[in-house]
Write a protein that binds this ligand. Structure first.
Ligand code: PSV
Ligand code: MN
Length: 424
């Protein structure tokens, strides 16, 4: 299904007066409000193809109804989000969960829906049906060259799929590591992984990037071969200028200072991409901003400050993606909430008075610095985000319109109650 323009206008009409009142109030206090709005209009976050179905845990999965049963359906879902919020105009594919069968047909669908293909993701953390060699003891790190070869070949195949679709980056997340002390020779595992990544790197087209995603633990619980940003940065530096670190918010040990990691990676020119989600304990993959919204804001503060220091383009120089999945909400409603949380934090970070912040830091005025951050964080910018959405042709309240239109009910009618989306 697609959302017609008039449905959005009908939704916006009755909400306009109240929206305008709120926007005028908050907008009047922001000296650069027009510039902020333009940045918000330009900003887009890619939706992962694996987040459109209900997620599961190793204990079970409770499929929702009306899930997209194929790639076209997933793209249709992303287009629904984009029609509502105008900030979700890209999809990130996981191979082999979503192998396009017919490139030109898929590209036509994408063009009709106004979507582009973001980074493609390889998968050597699961064994696929009919796969000759197992990844039980790792993939790019494996002691057996033949397993490493199979994993390298998979990654180069993923690049080929991405090239056909117009993607410009490969994200490599490895579950490689060990579960018990003594299982691995850390140095050999690192070197094998590096050599494998070097081969993959050499297959990248000239205008591509590779993102090396790190994760502290799970599914390996003693060591991960790309376990933290230091290790990821080592690989990225050794690989070359097309290799970058990817930060997934859920992949740190508890209480890690992610905003500081982001600042330093940006300083080194080695931050490539982001996977947004939120967590209370580990890689919980919860809705962005649902647990630690202040941390999200502090991260965006560093992102904006760091990107501006390097004169980077906020919209294109980093890969912005959501990576969330859970058991209990409608995935589309959840993604609307996640994108909204991202836009709010980004908008707030754009409001920070950099000159005053710099002065406070230079004067060691700790209180003033905290006041600047917290006053901004406590500014309700939702009307500014809604104004950007409105000007971009989206809904003032996307979630409300999703429910008013009974979109899930319509999808169930179209797709049935029993479809299951590929993914974890
Ligand atoms: C691993 O936990 C991860 O964050 C990687 O990005 C994978 O591609 C994705 O989740 C799979 O769900
Ligand atoms: Mn991730």
């Amino acid at each position: 299904m697609q959302i017609e323009k008039h449905r959005i206008e009908e939704h916006n009409g009755p909400l306009l007066a109240e929206h305008k009142r709120k926007f005028d109030f908050v907008g009047s206090g922001v000296h650069n409000v027009e510039a902020v709005i333009q940045r918000l209009i330009d900003f887009n976050v890619a939706i992962p193809s694996w987040a459109l179905g209900t997620g599961g845990t190793r204990f079970g999965r409770f499929s929702g109804a009306g899930e997209p049963g194929n790639l076209e359906g997933k793209m249709e879902d992303v287009a629904l989000l984009h029609a509502l919020n105008r900030s979700s105009g890209a999809i990130s594919l996981h191979i082999p969960w979503d192998i396009p069968e017919n490139y030109s047909a898929i590209k036509t669908v994408a063009a009709e829906l106004g979507l582009r293909f973001d980074a493609v993701n390889s998968n050597t953390f699961q064994d696929q049906k009919g796969q000759p060699l197992s990844y039980k003891f790792g993939s790019l790190q494996h002691i057996d060259k033949a397993v490493r070869r199979q994993a390298i070949d998979h990654n180069t195949e993923v690049i080929r799929h991405g090239v056909q679709l117009g993607s410009k980056a490969l994200t490599v997340w490895l579950s490689d590591g060990s579960c018990f002390p003594g299982q691995l020779n850390f140095r050999k595992a690192f070197q094998n992984t590096l050599e494998s990544l070097q081969e993959i790197y050499s297959a990248l087209p000239g205008d591509w990037k590779v993102f090396v995603e790190y994760k502290a633990y799970e599914p390996n619980f003693y060591s991960m071969t790309v376990g933290d940003w230091g290790q990821s940065l080592l690989y990225a530096n050794k690989l070359g200028s097309k290799a970058y670190t990817l930060v997934d918010l859920g992949h740190h040990l508890p209480n890690a200072n992610i905003e500081q990691i982001v600042a330093l990676l940006l300083m080194e020119g080695k931050l490539g991409g982001f996977h947004f989600n939120d967590s209370k304990y580990g890689d919980d993959d919860l809705t962005v901003g649902s647990i630690k919204p202040y941390q999200l804001f502090l991260i965006f503060n560093e992102l904006v400050e760091g990107m501006d220091a390097r004169e980077m383009d906020h919209t294109t120089d980093l890969g912005w993606m959501i990576d969330a999945s859970h058991n209990v909400k409608d995935p589309l409603e959840d993604l609307l909430q996640s994108v909204e949380a991202i836009m709010i934090s980004y908008a707030q970070a754009l409001l920070i008075d950099r000159k005053k912040m710099n002065e406070a830091q230079q004067d060691n005025d700790v209180v003033a610095a905290q006041e600047i951050l917290q006053n901004t964080f406590r500014t309700d910018v939702r009307a500014i985000v809604a104004e950007a959405r409105l000007r971009g042709g989206g809904a003032i309240n996307p979630l409300r319109l999703f429910r008013e239109m009974k979109i899930r009910e319509q999808l169930i009618k179209e797709r049935g109650a029993k479809t299951v989306a590929t993914g974890l």
